[in-house]
Design a protein around this ligand. Structure first.
Ligand code: MEZ
Length: 615
């Protein structure tokens, strides 16, 4: 895995640096390891203005759009670089990221380049400008004048984009701020699907489900610790959220079943492709089409309030432009959770401090800090979800939908040990008790064909294969005959529609189609259920039980929807449902502040028509 990553990344880098007349790859790679990209360009007679554009002073915008434009101008975009790669065998980092990010996300001119890739992929790869070289040009804080917006959205994941688009479509001036160099947040990594009940796609497939059932499943999955009012909003608005996404160009017509759900309700693209990149791609495209103001590398340091306690805007640290203030009538927090912050995780749950996470590196939880500094109450902070199937030694989540489509979990001895469709807390606990604290997700060619996202695991080199169960067992270093017996016994349970031993509810498919595959998995930190307290209108609630005027929140930064354990597929649902509610109510509040008040009292936010009442 490491080796593949190294080779592929270096190959991509060398191509980027030396598109024509390529010297020996090793020579280029060695050179790249020692030098910052800016120096390498200089050696090739590329001047500062070739990258930064002409002007008296070099000014880099926070999104680095000019530099990226010039990278693409000289080297071609990611798709072109991917197509031109001579090595077709290994992972090509350019093809993996087409449409998702700018060149400067991975390739920094004057700073270390390796950090971002390594944080996501755990590849031990050397890249130009390794961090050992230091960052010679840290951004300098510069105070510039105040900008203005009606609504500021903090955090560019699924919830942030949804809130921003919703507020924009209500006629408001919106600024969306994302601290990372790439937008999408954890939503971009979401794999399994988006839960929704009573949808047209379920109806078309004859699936029987109900909003009430989704409420019950969510409450049960969350150990009855969730706020029932929020859960009713989640389930009650889930079908409308699917319709809204479809109306703006998403394809979530495939429906699968995930753990803890009594019916198939996880909506995903045709063929079972990964849901997150698709949905975030659609949201980004919609923001672009609307020419919305989306700012990358823009970290919010503080939420500003006036003397009455009303939120008045935010203080932003732009990577290149320095510190500035945006005055706003309403602020929506959509900054995600803190699974990638071992210090914070360890503070709440010391036993998880050393565990790997499936999350993107921006999931640090600062949004909860700035929310709490602005007066938000925090709830359920100790509730941290461990996902049972993160590929061993990596941050790559092996989606629950693989098990949903029929895969089983076996231990090092080649035996099943748990109902694979139980909730994540239980499956993780059972896995940690097995030899080595790991397990194998085992599936066959039939399951592989049923779910497009599995191709990604092959692409990343995570899958071990055998032509028969016996051969697979031997490849995995376990008694092959035992694995074969385990699979045979499972197949009989599928035929009988009764898993007497582990009581697995959905016995989707027998494993009878050669070849046979396995991925080693370990439990990893996946989701933080706690966060800022909200009410059903997505208003942030303070310690005094009252809304913090002008502050709204949606997505993983909030607490209360998932209680003690989140069901798979409810996160994307939450980001869209509550993203829409937060965007609409923030816009409503901003509008009310713009119109002269007739009577006294706080302005009433207006919810869009199609959203159901909050109870
Ligand atoms: O919602 C999730 O976290 C999810 C469905 C994850 C997965 O296993 O795919």
């Amino acid at each position: 895995m490491k080796r593949i990553g190294q080779v592929a990344m270096l190959f991509g880098l060398v191509l980027l640096l030396f598109p024509a007349g390529l010297p020996a790859a090793e020579k280029g790679a060695e050179h790249a390891r020692k030098t910052l990209l800016a120096d390498l360009h200089k050696e090739k007679q590329v001047s500062c203005t070739d990258c930064h554009g002409k002007g008296k002073k070099i000014v880099v915008d926070d999104g680095e759009s000019q530099v990226n434009f010039n990278c693409v101008n000289c080297h071609g975009g990611l798709a072109k670089l991917a197509a031109g790669a001579k090595d077709k065998e290994h992972i090509n980092p350019h093809s993996s990221h087409v449409g998702a990010m700018n060149c400067t996300v991975c390739h920094q001119g004057h700073q270390s380049s390796a950090a971002y890739c390594n944080q996501c992929h755990t590849f031990d790869l050397p890249m130009a400008g390794d961090s050992a070289l230091g960052d010679p040009r840290p951004s300098r804080p510069v105070l510039r004048e105040v900008e203005r917006a009606d609504v500021v959205v903090v955090g560019g994941g699924g919830a942030g984009y949804t809130a921003a688009i919703t507020a924009h479509d209500m006629g408001l001036k919106v600024i969306l701020l994302e601290k990372q160099p790439v937008a999408g947040g954890n939503s971009m990594l979401a794999a399994g699907g988006m839960n929704a009940a009573e949808t047209k796609f379920q109806a078309a497939k004859g699936i029987k489900d109900s909003v009430d059932q989704m409420v019950q499943d969510t409450m049960k999955g969350g150990k009855n610790q969730s706020d029932p009012a929020l859960v009713k909003v989640l389930a009650g608005n889930s079908a409308a959220a699917v319709d809204w996404l479809t109306s703006i160009g998403a394809d979530i017509s495939d429906v699968g079943r995930l753990a803890g759900a009594s019916a198939p309700r996880a909506h995903r693209p045709t063929g079972g492709a990964t849901v997150g990149p698709h949905i975030t791609g659609v949201l980004k495209k919609n923001a672009e089409q609307r020419k919305m103001d989306v700012r990358l590398n823009s970290r919010v340091l503080e939420i500003r309030k006036d003397r009455s306690g009303r939120v008045t805007g935010v203080v932003v640290q732009g990577k290149h432009t320095g510190t500035y203030t945006i005055a706003a009538r309403a602020v929506v927090l959509t900054t995600g959770g803190f699974s990638a912050n071992p210090k914070k995780v360890g503070a709440y749950r010391p036993e998880y401090r050393e565990m790997k996470t499936s999350n993107q590196p921006g999931a640090m939880g600062e949004g909860m800090d700035i929310g709490s500094q602005a007066g938000a109450a925090l709830v359920d902070m100790k509730e941290i979800q461990i996902h049972p199937t993160v590929a061993a030694g990596s941050r790559i989540l092996i989606s629950e939908s693989v098990r949903g489509n029929g895969a089983i979990l076996v231990n090092r001895e080649g035996k099943r040990f748990v109902n694979e469709m139980t909730t994540r807390d239980k499956a993780s606990e059972a896995t940690l008790k097995q030899t080595g604290g790991s397990a194998f997700v085992v599936f066959d060619e039939g399951i592989r064909k049923s779910l497009k996202q599995i191709d990604g695991y092959f692409h990343l080199g995570l899958v071990k294969a055998g032509a028969t169960p016996v051969e697979l067992g031997r490849v995995l270093g376990m008694p092959g005959e035992t694995l074969a017996q385990t699979i045979e016994a499972y197949n009989k349970a599928v035929d009988a529609k009764d898993d007497a031993e582990f009581k697995r509810p959905n016995l989707t498919r027998a494993l009878r189609t050669p070849g046979y595959y396995a991925i080693e998995v370990k439990p990893g930190i996946h989701y933080t259920m706690g966060g800022v307290k909200i009410d059903p209108a997505a208003r942030v609630i303070g310690e005094d039980g009252k809304p913090v005027a002008g502050l709204f929140a949606a997505g993983e930064v909030t607490g209360g929807v998932h209680g003690g354990n989140r069901l798979g597929g409810n996160s994307i649902c939450e980001t869209i449902v509550f993203g829409r509610i937060a965007g609409a109510h923030a816009a409503g509040e901003a509008k009310a502040l713009m119109t002269p008040k007739k009577g006294k009292g706080a302005p009433k936010p207006a919810a869009p028509k199609e959203m159901k009442k909050a109870s």
